[in-house]
Write a protein that binds this ligand. Structure first.
Ligand SMILES: C[S@@+](CC[C@H](N)C(=O)[O-])C[C@H]1O[C@@H](n2cnc3c(N)ncnc32)[C@H](O)[C@@H]1O
Length: 123
């Protein structure tokens, strides 16, 4: 298991790389069955700006998954409803045979936060 985060944290059974996931070097030999992204940008308080930043992060995560996720692998990303969610869905549908929304019970009821789940990577 590999965790990448800008913030450092100790965990005994997880390999941790501290840094921006776009900039850190992940061994190209490493391929994953599952990528889980709970990443969120720094929030400005302006919901339009914050959703835009979240969707940009989502698109970057999908791009990285093209390279690091095994064929038939899965991707889960946290996101929000908003202007660019259509683009995020389109990119997910290009990469996965199955794409579903998931709102966990722990997610605040009034929040538009949810997860997009991509199953069975196409290639
Ligand atoms: C809601 S927290 C998720 C915490 C995570 N679930 C955990 O248990 O450690 C959002 C996290 O996204 C990280 N993050 C945001 N943008 C990032 C990026 N470009 N690269 C790596 N981590 C990022 C932040 O540092 C923050 O820790």
């Amino acid at each position: 298991m590999l965790k990448v985060d800008k913030q450092s944290e100790y965990s005994s059974n997880v390999k941790i790389i501290q840094g921006d996931f776009n900039l850190v070097l992940i061994d190209p030999k490493d391929e994953f069955d599952l990528i889980l992204s709970d990443m969120a940008p720094e929030f400005s308080g302006d919901s339009k700006v914050d959703r835009g930043r979240t969707h940009k992060l989502n698109l970057e995560t999908i791009k990285l998954s093209k390279r690091l996720l095994k064929k038939k692998g899965s991707l889960v990303i946290k996101t929000f409803e908003g202007e660019d969610i259509k683009l995020v869905r389109e990119q997910m549908k290009k990469l996965f045979f199955e794409v579903r929304d998931y709102k966990p019970q722990s997610s605040k009821k009034g929040s538009s936060e949810f997860y997009i789940v991509g199953l069975k990577k196409k290639y």
